[in-house]
Design a protein around this ligand. Structure first.
Ligand code: NAX
Length: 325
């Protein structure tokens, strides 16, 4: 049997945490032969609720779970960690705009970045889900100088999955037949779902649907899907966000099997994106977890304008948190 790995989840008693922990514990993320130790972080006032979640995890009797630690101390939660899901943060309420969210959540990721730096394995893989996730990831990355940049990422997989879902629905086929559709940029409604190399059942997406629909209704539906969920459900996406974060970390851990997947990672200057910005690119992941940006894809004027808008938005979020970097 493999040695257990240590997996931390922050905001573990929240809505996403409640869906995510069961998928991790069942083996959906790290493999059905990989034992795990769960290290769960919450803020002090929520520790009792976290205890309830831990009791339910115990009652689920997962054979892969070797231990569960619940704590309000990030140093304990990130101790010797192999993988970290940074989910905990303050969700956006109706009266908050994006800059309020950046200001409210930025400081959390300074402390957590430092705690990752001091306690996690140097090989740790971090996914940032808590919003604004690209900029929160930037802050955590900047505050963890001893962890390689390649260990940090933010989640745009939910946007990719939303795009795949819309294409499948329009074509009347199962979503599994949609491949290589990916997202550029920021996890915000500025993000750009690109179908340039996307296929449905092996046929190119752009050959199947006209560009008016792809650039119009499709783009708008994907970009505003988070808001539509809040309106319909009265709460923000939770199960779909947890599922997307499993997809992201599973592909990072086990490889993307040649498929193109969206991951927001520290730019090395690919496609003209300034170095260091946490930007979603088309990526492939090898079976041993090395992320490679797929370079040389065609970028037309429409796509370039969208990429530029994402760079501008992320540069402005970065400027707003410059004191935390
Ligand atoms: P909840 O409010 O249900 O849960 C958040 C949990 O985080 C709470 O239990 C809270 O006590 C905890 N928390 C707050 N500050 C913390 C800290 N400093 N350390 C540890 N825990 C802390 O929100 P939930 O619906 O679970 O959403 C979590 C985050 O995911 C939010 O920021 C949300 O905006 C973001 N999302 C990101 C998505 C993405 O695609 N990247 C999509 C879904 C979601 O909107």
């Amino acid at each position: 049997m493999k040695a257990p790995i240590r997996v931390a989840v922050t905001g573990a008693a929240g809505n996403i945490g409640y869906c995510l922990l069961w998928r991790i514990a069942s083996g959906d993320c790290f493999g059905h032969d990989q034992p795990i130790i769960l290290q769960l972080l919450e803020i002090t006032p929520v520790l009792e609720r976290l205890q309830g979640v831990i009791m339910e995890l115990e009652d689920s009797a997962f054979s892969l779970v070797h231990d569960i630690i619940g704590t309000d101390d990030a140093n304990v939660a990130f101790n010797d960690c192999d993988a970290i899901f940074l989910v905990g943060s303050r969700p956006r309420s109706k009266d908050m705009d994006r800059s309020d969210l950046v200001a409210a959540n930025g400081p959390i990721f300074v402390g957590q970045g430092k705690a990752i730096n001091a306690n996690a394995k140097k090989s740790v893989r971090v996914i940032t889900v808590g919003n604004p996730c690209n900029t929160n990831c930037l802050i955590a990355n900047a505050n963890a100088p001893e962890i390689p940049n390649s260990g940090f990422s933010a989640m745009t997989r939910l946007d990719q999955n939303r795009a795949g879902g819309q294409l499948a629905k329009k074509a009347g086929v199962p979503v599994a037949t949609v491949e290589d559709v990916f997202v550029w940029g920021n996890h915000s409604n500025t993000m750009y779902p690109d179908v340039v190399v996307g296929k449905i059942g092996g046929e190119s997406v752009s050959g199947r649907f006209d560009s008016e629909w792809i650039r119009g209704e499709f783009l708008t539906t994907v970009a505003t899907r988070g808001k539509a969920i809040i309106v319909a459900r009265g709460a923000s996406s939770a199960a779909s966000a947890a599922s997307a974060s499993i997809d992201h970390m599973r592909d990072w851990w086990q490889g993307s099997s040649g498929r193109i997947v969206s991951m927001a990672i520290p730019s090395e200057g690919w496609y003209g994106v300034p170095k260091g910005l946490i930007f979603s690119f088309p990526c492939r992941v090898s079976a041993d977890g090395v992320i490679t940006v797929v370079e040389g894809l065609p970028v037309d004027a429409f796509a370039q304008a969208k990429i530029d808008a994402n760079i501008a938005e992320l540069e402005s979020e970065k400027a707003a948190v410059s004191g935390l970097l």
